[in-house]
Design a protein around this ligand. Structure first.
Ligand SMILES: [Zn+2]
Ligand SMILES: [Zn+2]
Length: 423
């Protein structure tokens, strides 16, 4: 019996991989335009790292992490998100010495043991950004602009929602006010909200239950309870977003699932094809570096789910992405195979994506392969062409054919062919 992949784990097959590459390359290009540098961090970390950063009473830590003992009996976890590891690496390697502000990005898989459902996998992929070392509201705006730009460049519509969650100075008193409000209507709330009203009261505000949401219409708003510093910061974020013509809406009920957020939080919500939900989200985490034993350094970041982007793009008919091959070399007869094999290598050295058939198949069959591989051109080389020093170049889309004369010297062939297939 054959072995199947784990539940919630998915193969990304060649047909889909082009779309992944397109999104990743577009994002990398945006990251580099914004002065970000790549950091690669391990997939496995000490469990403690996530308990201390994400928060012990969050869904992720309470029930979703892949945590186990390794062979030495150490408790380790497959990262459920990227920020904690990047901060750990930032502190451990003293990256704050490299410069006051570090602009970092990372791309890779994350793991959460959730109930598998459509578009939700246990291994999923994120592109994430962390900017460490600046309090400036302009950094918040820049970080949001990065996420915004990526979506623009890959061709997806989204709206931006922003909120401020306050800071260590103003959030505790808001929590008390909110808790008081919740106590008064505790019996009307769902089980999760009842429990969270004690452990994590802010989280109740993004409860999915319509019944709970009806209760929260009159809930106190964090925006009205920010300290002066947080209020000024939030005002500046809104102003600078407007100055860049990035439209947004303030959503005071957006609280995000992680405990470490402070001040600005944001979500990018897709409106494509009636699909709802966040395709990117993030926020400021000013106390986190210090909380993990590092210096007093503020930070802000976001993560974007790759699966969601791939799904939305393929729904939009972005299926056939790039041409895999520039040229499929069709050879007929033993001599042409021999010569063609070397010519293929020369063309590849010229930077072209070239393939040929090694099985001695018929012309018709090789043309079929060229078509299947999505080649721009087919180059036909037979015994007669070899003798006459010419090849036939066929445009696979228009069907047009052109006879190309070749120089007597074999090493001149590849540059001539390359000239002809510039597109
Ligand atoms: Zn504050
Ligand atoms: Zn609820």
């Amino acid at each position: 019996m054959s072995i199947k992949a784990l539940k919630g784990f998915k193969d990304i097959l060649p047909d889909e991989a082009g779309l992944w590459q397109f999104i990743e390359q577009t994002a990398r290009d945006v990251f580099h335009r914004y002065g970000l540098e790549e950091i690669k961090v391990p997939i496995l970390e000490k469990t403690e790292l996530f308990v201390r950063t994400i928060g012990a009473s969050t869904d992720i830590v309470e029930k979703e992490m892949y945590t186990f003992e390794d062979r030495n009996g150490s408790l380790i976890t497959m990262r459920p998100e990227g920020t904690a590891s990047v901060i750990r690496a930032y502190i451990e390697n003293g990256l704050f010495v490299r410069g006051a502000v570090q602009r970092l990005y990372t791309i890779g898989p994350m793991f959460r043991h959730e109930r598998p459902q459509k578009g939700r996998l246990r291994q999923f992929h994120q592109m994430s950004v962390e900017v460490l070392g600046s309090n400036s509201a302009r950094i918040d705006t820049e970080v949001m602009a990065i996420a915004w730009q990526i979506l623009q460049d890959i061709g997806l519509q989204a709206s931006l929602e922003v909120n401020s969650l306050g800071c260590a100075a103003c959030r505790p008193s808001f929590k008390e006010i909110l808790q008081e409000f919740l106590q008064e209507r505790l019996s009307h709330l769902c089980d999760d909200c009842q429990r969270r009203s004690n452990t994590n009261p802010l989280r109740v505000l993004d409860c999915k239950s319509e019944h709970c949401q009806a209760e929260y219409v009159s809930a106190p708003s964090i925006i009205d309870h920010l300290c002066q510093g947080c209020r000024d910061h939030f005002e500046e974020v809104k102003q600078t977003l407007s100055s860049l013509n990035i439209s947004f809406a303030v959503n005071p009920k957006m609280v995000r699932g992680l405990d470490y957020y402070t001040r600005t939080t944001f979500e990018l919500i897709t409106t494509e094809l009636g699909a709802q939900g966040a395709i990117g989200a993030g926020g400021r985490y000013d106390g986190l570096v210090q909380q993990l034993g590092g210096p007093e350094v503020p930070g802000i970041g976001f993560a974007m789910g790759m699966e969601r982007l791939v799904m939305l793009l393929s729904q939009k008919g972005h299926g056939e992405i790039s041409h895999v091959l520039d040229l499929f070399l069709i050879t007929l007869g033993e001599k042409a195979h021999e010569k063609g094999f070397i010519l293929m290598q020369m063309l590849r050295a010229q930077g072209l994506r070239v393939m040929m058939d090694h099985e001695g198949r018929s012309m018709k069959n090789q043309l079929k392969q060229a078509d299947k591989q999505n080649a721009w051109f087919a180059l036909i080389l037979g015994e007669r062409e070899l003798e006459n020093l010419e090849v036939v170049l066929k445009d696979m889309h228009s069907g047009e054919q052109e006879l190309i004369e070749l120089a007597p010297a074999f090493e001149d062939w590849a540059p001539v062919i390359k000239q002809k297939i510039k597109h």
